[in-house]
Design a protein around this ligand. Structure first.
Ligand code: GLV
Length: 317
C-alpha cells in the first residue's frame, strides 16, 4: 500500500476515501506545518497531497525524501510549488483544474458586485443601525453598461465573462492568445495589458501567478486604468503590488477594490483596512462543499492515475 502525507484536513468523505486507498497520514488538527515538519512527516511517503498553504520551494523540495514521487496539489493554482525544482528531482506535480471554475467565478462576481455597490460600507451601516435612507446614501457604480476588463481569459475568466455579460457588462480581455470567436462570445481582445487596462472601468484579475505575472498590477500599470476604476482579484495576491494599489485608492485613482487573495496570506496589507471601499474576503474562491469535495477527489484521482500509469493528465511539470 502506498503511503501518502496529507498536509491539511480535508472534508470527511474525502478522508474516508483516502483511508481505503492508502496508508495515509492525516492532519486531524489541521495544523499549518512548517517546512521542517512537512519534510519530517513525509519520511517514507510515496506522495504528498499538498495545499496552497504549503510553501514547497526549491529548498524544501530538495530536502524531501527520495521516496516522494508526486505532489498532488489540492488547488488549481500551483504558485506555492517550485515546479522546476520538482522536475529536477523527478517529482511529478499535479493540480485540480475545472472542478473549481464555477465556485471561483461566483466569488469573482461577488468581488465585482461588492466593490462596485459598496457592500462593505453597507454591511457596516446595517449592522450598526446608524443608517438613514436618502437619495444619495451609498451611491455605487452600476454594472449595467460598464466595461469589464478580464486579465486572463482561462476557464475562470470565461465563466466570469459569461455571468458579467448577463448582468449587462461589456467584456474586454487580455490573454496570451486571442480566443476563437465562439469562445470569445462577443468579448473584445486586447493584445497588450496597457490597451486592456485603458478600457477597464472594472478589472478582474483571473490569470495564474507566474514569474511573468508577479506584480503585473503595479504603480505604472495602474496608471493605465481610467480614473475611478474598480480593481478586483480572484486569482493570486502575488499578481498585485499592494502598496501601489493602496496608494491608488488613497489618491482616488482607484474607486474601490474587491479582493479574495493576498500576498503573504492570511496576513494582508493593513493599508486595505483603512479603506471603506475595500471589499475583502478570506480566500473563499473554491469554498463550497461540492467544490472542495470535487477538488479533493480529483487530487486523489491524480494520485491514483500516477501510481497506476506513471503519468497523469493533470501533471503540470
Ligand atoms: C484556489 O485558489 C486554487 O488555486 O485552487
Amino acid at each position: 500500500m502506498k503511503k501518502i502525507l496529507v498536509t491539511r484536513k480535508l472534508l470527511q468523505s474525502n478522508e474516508e476515501r483516502l483511508k481505503t486507498l492508502y496508508d495515509v497520514k492525516l492532519n486531524s488538527n489541521d495544523e499549518l506545518y512548517s517546512q521542517k515538519k512537512l519534510i519530517e512527516l513525509s519520511e517514507g511517503c510515496d506522495g504528498i497531497l499538498s495545499a496552497l498553504t504549503d510553501k514547497l520551494d526549491e529548498d524544501t523540495i530538495n530536502k524531501l525524501p527520495k521516496s516522494v514521487k508526486i505532489l498532488s496539489n489540492f488547488a488549481v493554482g500551483f504558485g506555492n510549488i517550485d515546479i522546476e525544482a520538482a522536475k529536477k528531482r523527478n517529482i511529478v506535480v499535479t493540480n485540480t483544474p475545472e472542478v473549481l471554475t464555477d465556485a471561483t467565478a461566483e466569488i469573482g462576481i461577488l468581488l465585482i458586485l461588492g466593490a462596485c455597490r459598496r457592500a462593505s460600507e453597507g454591511i457596516e451601516g446595517a449592522k450598526a443601525s446608524n443608517w438613514k435612507w436618502s437619495a444619495d446614501y451609498l451611491i455605487g457604480k452600476q454594472l449595467t453598461g460598464t466595461r469589464l476588463g478580464i486579465l486572463g481569459m482561462g476557464r475562470i475568466g470565461k465563466k466570469i465573462a459569461k455571468i458579467a455579460k448577463s448582468l449587462g457588462m461589456v467584456i474586454h480581455y487580455h490573454n496570451r492568445s486571442k480566443l476563437n470567436p465562439d469562445k470569445e462570445d462577443g468579448a473584445t481582445y486586447h493584445k497588450d495589458l496597457k490597451s486592456l487596462l485603458s478600457v477597464s472601468d472594472v478589472l478582474s484579475v483571473c490569470c495564474p501567478a507566474s514569474k511573468e505575472t508577479i506584480n503585473l498590477i503595479n504603480k505604472e500599470t495602474l496608471e493605465y486604468l481610467p480614473k475611478g476604476a474598480v480593481v478586483t482579484n480572484v486569482a493570486r495576491g502575488d499578481i498585485v503590488d499592494d502598496e501601489a494599489l493602496i496608494d491608488a485608492l488613497d489618491r482616488r485613482k482607484v474607486y474601490a477594490v474587491g479582493l479574495d487573495v493576498y500576498k503573504g496570506e492570511p496576513n494582508l496589507n493593513s493599508g486595505y483596512l483603512k479603506h471603506k471601499s475595500a471589499f475583502i474576503l478570506p480566500h473563499l474562491g473554491s469554498a463550497t462543499k461540492e467544490t472542495r469535495t470535487a477538488m479533493a477527489n480529483l487530487a486523489i484521482n491524480n494520485l491514483e492515475e500516477f501510481f497506476k500509469t506513471g503519468n497523469c493528465k493533470n501533471k503540470i511539470n
